[in-house]
Design a protein around this ligand. Structure first.
Ligand SMILES: C[S@@+](CC[C@H](N)C(=O)[O-])C[C@H]1O[C@@H](n2cnc3c(N)ncnc32)[C@H](O)[C@@H]1O
Length: 217
């Protein structure tokens, strides 16, 4: 990867970090308070990143999930899943299996699986009760039926206080995904357009252009 692309990716991830905090807003402190109130605070935060590609957001997401558990010092485990074996191998190479605790962060555990997110029932090893299920650049336009199945599984993997977060490249695709997820049983908590989103070559397409957060109804 060229230095220029790498630098652009790093800036994208900084913006994503900011956008996650922004869209979670007051909900973040509400979730945090509820989780801290119970024994759940002692347990690691669990994140499921579906259709994750090479999952370059793995660290940003596990930090965000740890924050939901009370701060970066909390432990977090991220599971990333995608149908493309090469991308999953890249993610596993880049992030390894386990890090820390270090630099004020709690332990981070990463696991990457090749699999079809329309058939998550076939992945019993995943379990449920995730604190955060994430879909970066969901691709509703590229097969509405498949993506509705993926959204449905994503909602079903949430724990009681869990949150589903999606990001989208395009305005219209984001609007269609919001409508579909609400129809499938998601309650929209908030959706934010990113003011600094990096424009891509296709007109109207930019990185994490919109970010939305849901709970289960
Ligand atoms: C637009 S890309 C986004 C990739 C990554 N999340 C990102 O933001 O760079 C859509 C991703 O969905 C994955 N995908 C499509 N259908 C899938 C399915 N049924 N199960 C798992 N992954 C799928 C593709 O392999 C691809 O990596």
């Amino acid at each position: 990867m060229s230095e220029k692309i790498q630098a652009a990716n790093e800036e994208d991830l900084k913006r994503l970090r900011k956008m996650l905090r922004k869209v979670a807003g007051r909900d973040l402190s509400a979730v945090k308070r509820r989780l801290e109130g119970g024994s759940a605070a002692a347990v690691e935060a669990r994140v499921l990143d579906l259709a994750c590609g090479d999952c370059r957001e793995a660290e940003v997401l596990s930090d965000f999930a740890a924050e939901l558990r009370g701060g970066e010092g909390a432990a977090a485990k991220l599971t990333g899943l995608d149908v493309r074996a090469r991308e999953i191998a890249d993610a596993a190479r880049k992030f390894g299996k386990r890090r820390g605790p270090e630099d004020g962060r709690g332990q981070r555990e990463f696991e990457f699986l090749v699999g079809d997110a329309t058939k998550l029932d076939g992945h019993a090893e995943l379990g449920g009760d995730f604190d955060l299920v994430f879909l970066r650049h969901q691709n509703y336009w590229n097969g509405a039926r498949d993506w509705e199945q993926i959204f449905d599984h994503a909602l079903s993997k949430l724990g009681e206080e869990g949150r589903l977060v999606i990001t989208s490249y395009f305005d219209k695709e984001h609007a269609l995904a919001l409508e579909a997820i609400q129809r499938l049983g998601g309650e929209l908590i908030g959706s934010e357009a990113s003011p600094e989103s990096r424009e891509l070559a296709t007109p109207g397409k930019s990185m994490d252009r919109h970010v939305a957060i849901f709970r289960r109804k």
